[in-house]
Design a protein around this ligand. Structure first.
Ligand SMILES: [Zn+2]
Length: 143
């Protein structure tokens, strides 16, 4: 088992202890632990939206998700902070800043797809061997 899976197993312990020990219940416990793990490592400001989308995908009522937040998410997030303090240092914030900055870079195929216009005395892009000025620039000029 990998180090991550082992960490999640250790982290999931209180959830697994609650089960009747059947494989089905254990898998459910592990799945819940992974949800809590993901909630724990995301930035605080993204957590409400993540919990809301979880509520929608499980079609839970507000009261049900609120109960989960109190009895499951909050204690499990605290447990994560205690068990893996290194993953909660302010430093790790930088990585998400970095990612958000990345996504603000305009993509290569945004509005202008035109290749840059060649200089007038550069070789013509049509590979005629002539200077652009005396080849395609002239052809593209309205008469
Ligand atoms: Zn040309």
């Amino acid at each position: 088992m990998g180090i991550i899976a082992e960490s999640i197993m250790a982290y999931a312990q209180p959830l697994l202890e609650d089960t009747d020990g059947s494989i089905e219940e254990m898998q459910k416990g592990m799945a819940l632990a992974q949800v809590c793990w993901n909630l724990a490592i995301m930035p605080d400001e993204e957590r409400p939206a993540a919990i809301e989308s979880l509520r929608e995908s499980l079609s839970l009522s507000d009261a049900e998700i609120e109960e989960m937040r109190e009895t499951l998410f909050s204690p499990m997030i605290s447990r994560h902070k205690e068990m893996f303090p290194l993953m909660h240092q302010p430093k790790s914030r930088n990585s998400s800043d970095w990612i958000s900055r990345l996504s603000s870079i305009p993509s290569a195929n945004s509005d202008d797809r035109q290749p840059p216009k060649p200089g007038r005395y550069d070789p013509c892009p049509c590979n005629s061997g002539k200077k652009y000025k005396f080849c395609c620039e002239r052809k593209s000029r309205p008469r």
